[in-house]
Design a protein around this ligand. Sequence first.
Ligand code: NAD
Length: 251
Amino acid sequence: MRSSEVAVVTGAASGIGRAVATHYAGRGVRTVIGTFPGDPYDPGETLASVQDAGGEAVIHEVDVRSTSSVDAFAQRALDEYGRLDYAVANAGILRNSPLDELTDELWNSMLDVDLTGVLRTLRAASQRMEGPGALIAVSSIAGGVYGWEEHAHYAAAKAGVLGLVRSVAAELGPRQIRANAVIPGLIETPQSLDPVNSLGPEGLERAGADIPWGRVGRPEEVADVIGFLTSDASRYITGQSIVVDGGLTIK
Ligand code: NAD
């Protein structure tokens, strides 16, 4: 491992993003923790978790709907630590809507965060990387391999991410910058615990019983895969997508 690597992670005040920052702490990767002020999550809890793991991080407010905000976020890595090696475009929202009620406004707002937000993050980060480096986009089984009713807009955004990553990987390969996606299944986080837009606690437990692994996933189980894809161990893997779902979609 190269010493003193640096990562930026969006949506890192909760869920999978927090687990990624904590994973990096254990590896000595310094992290800019992206936090969205519109949400109730406490980035201080992520920072505490990083510090408990012996790591180093700073908190930076970022709204992935704004190019200037995302540019400033990626720049923080250079200003704070002098380099940028990894970027994880993890921030995302989930709102359910039957097709009949899916307004253009909801469609556009979903794509702005879950698809264009990923583009803004990967673009801003790659512009600041010397290479070698690695970019990650967090997709979803809904966008890759599973049809989820009432989530056409979410599915479209998450599918778009997969094409985006392949193209970026082809373009940035010569600069030694890789791009890959992870495709989580059902992972217990604030997003999936929301009973209105997702399954909620009881729905998750029921769904877990049908998963070959016998339960829903933990954020750390996605973070470990992101960690692998942003490490030297995966140095010849680019433009790929890895499903992390305990076997949910193989049945
Ligand atoms: P989460 O709600 O805990 O995390 C999402 C994060 O994104 C939050 O910290 C939130 O503040 C942030 N965010 C929302 N809007 C933002 C904006 N405009 N700018 C910056 N940040 C913003 O849920 P999670 O499950 O940890 O989600 C992480 C990613 O994983 C998301 O992209 C989600 O779609 C994806 N995912 C989750 C699951 C699951 O089962 N939990 C499954 C598949 C994919």
